[in-house]
Design a protein around this ligand. Sequence first.
Ligand code: ADP
Length: 488
Amino acid sequence: MDIHDRVISQKKLKEDEERLNIVIKASDLGTWELNLITDEFHYSERFLEIFGMEQGKDLMHNELLTYFLAEDLPIRKKAFKDAYETGVLYYISRIMWQDKSIHWIENKGKVFYTDHNQPQKLIGTTRDITAEKHYQQKLEEREQKFRLLADSMPQLVWTGDADGNLNFFSQAVYVYSGLSKEEIEKEGWLQIVHPDDREENIKAWEYAITTGTDFIFEHRFKRYDGVYRWQLSRAIPQKDEAGKIQMWVGTSTDIQEMKEQDQQKDFFISMASHELKTPITSIKGYVQILQSTYQKSEDGFLKNSLRIIDKQILTLTNLIADLLDLSKIKSGSLVLNKEDFEINELIQEVVYEITHINPGYHIDFSGLNLVKVYADKGRIGQVLINFLTNAVKYSPESKKIIVESFIRENEVIVSVEDSGIGISKPDQQKIFERFYRVEGKNEKTFPGFGIGLFIASEIIKRHHGQIWVTSEPEKGSTFFFSIPLKNK
Ligand code: ADP
């Protein structure tokens, strides 16, 4: 008899079985087969292992059921019921080993039916997922911890996805706004932002998201009682190893009181500087009368005293003028009186004036070209005076200052370069802020209030120009401003 084909197909069957066994072993799956009519139960060695039973054990299906936690038995029961209808078994449950330890298992199976469509047997696999479950539990615990941390903070804490959609708010957000989770989800968080702050808010948020830079913004949030309070919001992007943004974590801090104190301070500055103006003007007038009266006097002490008083009055008047400007900027009433003028001529005048007051310094300027601008001459002169007095003040050793003006595209750039104490990189970004002065052993010796550059930058901003600095500590600084040329 030719049995070649039979031998070949048997050999192939055996090979297939071996291959299947290797796969099952490698996947760490326990396999089993349950006869649904006779309750006969077959299983692999790995299956016993998953249940913590010794190898070769003779296990009845009934006994197996005693391993399941009582509260998980309904889960199993329901899964079987569903399986008879759908043909597919799936459930996750806990089992208890003989040593009382708890383990998690995942079960999958397929139902086979008789010719009369009766469920006949179930063949399936069981996987030990205890380690995965523990890991998942740990993650959940960690998330719980962070939620608790966020909820216990008085600040409003929130997170957003990489596209900037906010997806978590701490309890404080709901308490502050009086809105429910559903209400914020439905209408969006922007509903609590003051209508006047919304447009800017969206712009700043979009900018942060597209550039991946920190978000810092001041806006008003509506409280549960309808009152708006100022908040300072900050958000930082959390990036993965490749630098891709994963999420945003943000906080909003109530700065209402700070804002109110700021307003009081501004009000005080404005009032005090106005009140000081009149007596100072009167003192100045009298000193000038005294100076001219005693011009020819022999009394050196008197003459010297009058000169010192006059100089100090100048310092005071400048300070008061700065404080008045500050108030004007704050209240939005700093108006520009624009006119056509020659910027190099103005620079020449200011350079002359500053050289006259500081005879020890050499200020180099050779702007000969005619450069016409349409700007507020007095205010641009004020910016120049600020640059030059700073250049003098912060260069006690080196007495040379270089002033330049040049045209780039449709604007004129003016620079003032000194070889003084210089400014560190982090400070360079801040010196244009109000009341910012560089802290350090050197700077204490230089008098000032840190408002000159703030006013200068506001003046330039109102001219649609730019102001900036390049500097190296110990080497010197160059301050620049640019303003548009006069339209032809
Ligand atoms: P003030 O000079 O009255 O303090 P400013 O607003 O004019 O105020 O300047 C702010 C700060 O910038 C100064 O306190 C100083 O630390 C720094 N600064 C300004 N100009 C220079 C300069 N030319 N060289 C070094 N530091 C400077």
